[in-house]
Design a protein around this ligand. Structure first.
Ligand code: PAN
Ligand code: ZN
Length: 189
C-alpha cells in the first residue's frame, strides 16, 4: 500500500474508493437506550438502520491514522435521539478529531470519572477530544448527520466501559449538556 489517497467528502460514494461499510441496526445496540419499552415497541414494527460507518482504507501501523466517515440517520427511540454506540479508546488511548460534513448533532464526551461534556458536530466545525474521553455522537437534527472522524490507526475500541457509563443522561433535547451550559466550545483546554 502506498499510503496515499485523496477522496472527496461529498458525494458519499466512499465504497468506490475501497471504504469498508458497516451498518448498525437498533437490535445491535438496544441495551443503550434508557426507554426499553420504546425499543421493544420499535423492534416489533421494524429494526431500523441507525448508522453506517465507512472505514477508509488504511494500513494498521502505529504511525498511521484511522479515518472513518459516519452517516447517522435522524430519528428517535421514544424521546431519545438516534446515536452511535460510543466507546473509549484503549491503549494507545489516542485523541479523536471530528469534522462535520452535513446535518447537526453533538459529540457527547465522558471521561472515566464520569465528567460529561458535549462538542458540536456541524458542517464547518472541528471538534477535538483528547485521549481519555469516551465519545458518542447524537443526531439532534432532522437530516442525516455525516461526519469524518480521525484517530490513531492502532487504537482498540472499548465499547464495554462506554456501555456501563451509558453517557447518562442520554441526550433528549431538554437534557442535553449543551443546554445545561456544559458545552466545551472555543478555547483549547
Ligand atoms: C468513529 C466511530 C463511528 C461509529 O469513527 O467509530 O462514528 O461509532 P461507534 O464506533 O461508537 O459505533 C470513531 O470514534 N472512531 O474512533
Ligand atoms: Zn473513537
Amino acid at each position: 500500500m502506498e499510503k496515499l489517497f485523496s477522496i472527496p467528502l461529498l458525494p458519499m460514494d466512499y465504497e468506490k474508493y475501497g471504504a469498508l461499510k458497516t451498518r448498525r441496526v437498533l437490535s445491535q445496540m438496544k441495551g443503550l437506550y434508557l426507554d426499553q419499552e420504546a425499543v421493544e415497541k420499535q423492534l416489533a414494527i421494524e429494526d431500523p438502520v441507525i448508522y453506517e460507518v465507512y472505514e477508509l482504507p488504511h494500513p494498521n501501523d502505529e504511525t498511521d491514522l484511522l479515518a472513518n466517515i459516519t452517516v447517522l440517520y435522524p430519528g428517535k427511540i421514544g424521546d431519545e435521539f438516534y446515536m452511535t454506540k460510543g466507546h473509549f479508546h484503549l491503549e494507545p488511548d489516542t485523541a479523536e478529531a471530528v469534522i462535520g460534513i452535513a446535518g447537526s448533532g453533538e459529540m457527547l464526551v465522558q471521561n472515566r470519572e464520569g465528567v460529561l461534556k458535549s462538542l458540536a458536530v456541524l458542517p464547518g466545525y472541528i471538534s477535538y477530544a483528547g485521549g481519555g474521553w469516551g465519545h458518542r455522537v447524537v443526531n439532534t437534527g432532522t437530516e442525516q448527520l455525516v461526519f469524518f472522524a480521525v484517530s490513531g490507526a492502532n487504537i482498540i475500541h472499548d465499547y464495554d466501559t462506554a456501555a456501563k457509563l451509558n453517557f447518562k443522561p442520554v441526550m433528549k433535547g431538554e437534557e442535553s449538556p449543551h443546554e445545561q451550559g456544559q458545552r466545551a466550545e472555543g478555547a483549547i483546554k
